[in-house]
Design a protein around this ligand. Structure first.
Ligand SMILES: C[S@@+](CC[C@H](N)C(=O)[O-])C[C@H]1O[C@@H](n2cnc3c(N)ncnc32)[C@H](O)[C@@H]1O
Length: 192
């Protein structure tokens, strides 16, 4: 998809939340947390026009799986037209419904969840529901990776997962915070 078409999609749908796809620099930085030497199942929320899938598919093993969950129909159509790979499934769904999306598939627990959805647009309870669903689908030791425009996700992530690490990527429009969060079995910590 051209940058102009991405911008048009943003103008029609505020939940796209970015005027342009994530930069290659940022994609590489986020994906440096993924161990491509092993088979894995990765779920991505909000793949947009496919900048992360394109990079991940070049590097992931033949037995790995990539499950894309995208709310915007135009992006879903574009992904279906441009990705033809037996390792990929594309769903037109909301991230918060990930458990029912995965239940209908024969997948086990997930190694990585990658997310670019604008969590800051979600109400507090909804945000927590999406994070809890994410924790539920992840393996013990599985990782949640999210890129967001601010540090607003720190508290909700601590509440649900009890841990996080962040990195800042200024070389992107907009600049992103990368959250790296483990499902370590903890029930989270209530942070005041
Ligand atoms: C900031 S864009 C990121 C797009 C792409 N991943 C990239 O890096 O360029 C956010 C994406 O999340 C999608 N999105 C927003 N809310 C969503 C939700 N609740 N569930 C699934 N996708 C959502 C938008 O349609 C858009 O594709």
């Amino acid at each position: 998809m051209s940058k102009i078409d991405f911008l048009k999609t943003f103008i029609k749908d505020k939940d796209v939340a970015s005027v342009t796809p994530t930069s290659k620099h940022c994609v590489k930085k986020v994906c440096s947390n993924i161990d491509f030497s092993k088979d894995f199942t990765l779920v991505e929320y909000g793949p947009g026009d496919g900048v992360f899938p394109k990079y991940i598919l070049e590097k992931m093993s033949p037995n790995s799986r990539l499950i894309l969950i995208e709310a915007n129909e135009d992006f879903v159509e574009h992904l279906k037209e441009t990705i033809n790979d037996p390792r990929v499934e594309i769903h037109n769904a909301l991230a918060g419904n990930v458990e029912s999306v995965l239940n209908s598939e024969d997948v086990g627990k997930i190694d990585y969840v990658l997310s670019g959805i604008p969590f800051s647009f979600l109400k507090k309870d909804r945000k927590r529901e999406v994070l809890q669903a994410t924790k539920n689908i992840l393996k013990d030791g599985g990782m949640f990776l999210a890129y967001q425009t601010s540090g607003h996700l720190k508290k909700p992530v601590m509440d649900v997962f009890g841990n996080y690490d962040t990195d800042f990527v200024p070389l992107n429009i907009p600049p992103y915070f990368i959250y790296k969060v483990y499902n370590n079995g903890s029930n989270g910590v209530d942070v005041i």
